[in-house]
Ligand binder design. Structure first.
Ligand code: C2G
Length: 139
C-alpha cells in the first residue's frame, strides 16, 4: 500500500486541482490531502473563499482522495510523513525545489507534477469579479 501525501489550500476547487490529485493518486494506492486551515492561510498570506470545513467536504467528495487532514503550519510536514507512514509527497511544479519539501527527502520520496496552465483560484476570483460575461453561458 503506497501512501501519497499532498498539501494545499484547494479553494474554489477547479480542474487544475483535480488533475493534480488524479496524477498524485496514480503514483500510489492511498492519497492524503492536507488542506490549509484559516490560521495557516493567514500565515501564507492567503484568504480562502470557502472555510476549512467546506473545502474539506469538497475534497472528500473527489474520487482520488482517501483522507483529508488539516495543515496548520509549515513545520508539520515531517510529522505528517512519519505519522501517516507516507511514501511519497507530491506537489505541483510551482513548489519544485522548495526547501519545505526538499527537506523531506531523507524520509520519503518527493515528486513535483506539472502545474495545469490557464487556471488558478486567483484567476477565477478576478474574472468572476469583473463581469457576468466571464460566466459560461452554456450556449
Ligand atoms: N495546482 C496545479 N495547477 C493549478 C493550480 C494548482 O497543479 N493550475 C496545484 C498546486 O501546485 C498545489 C495544489 O494544486 O500542489 C494546490 O494548490 P493551492 O490550493 O494553490 O495550494 P498552495 O497555496 O500552493 O498551498 O504547504 C504547501 C501549501 O499549503 C501549498
Amino acid at each position: 500500500m503506497k501512501r501519497i501525501l499532498t498539501y494545499g489550500t484547494y479553494d474554489l476547487l477547479h480542474y487544475g486541482h483535480i488533475r493534480l490529485l488524479k496524477r498524485a493518486k496514480a503514483l500510489g494506492d492511498y492519497l492524503i490531502v492536507a488542506i490549509s486551515t484559516e490560521h495557516f492561510n493567514e500565515i501564507k498570506g492567503k484568504k480562502a473563499y470557502h472555510n476549512y470545513e467546506t473545502r474539506k467536504e469538497m475534497l472528500e467528495a473527489v474520487r482520488y482522495v482517501d483522507l483529508v487532514i488539516p495543515e496548520n503550519d509549515w513545520d508539520q510536514k515531517r510529522d505528517d510523513v512519519i505519522n501517516y507512514h507516507v511514501d511519497t509527497v507530491v506537489m505541483g511544479s510551482d513548489w519544485d525545489g522548495h526547501e519545505k519539501f526538499e527537506n523531506l527527502r531523507d524520509i520519503c520520496e518527493v515528486v513535483y507534477l506539472d502545474r495545469t496552465e490557464g487556471v488558478s483560484t486567483t484567476k477565477i476570483k478576478e474574472e468572476l469579479h469583473l463581469s457576468e460575461d466571464n460566466l459560461y453561458s452554456g450556449k
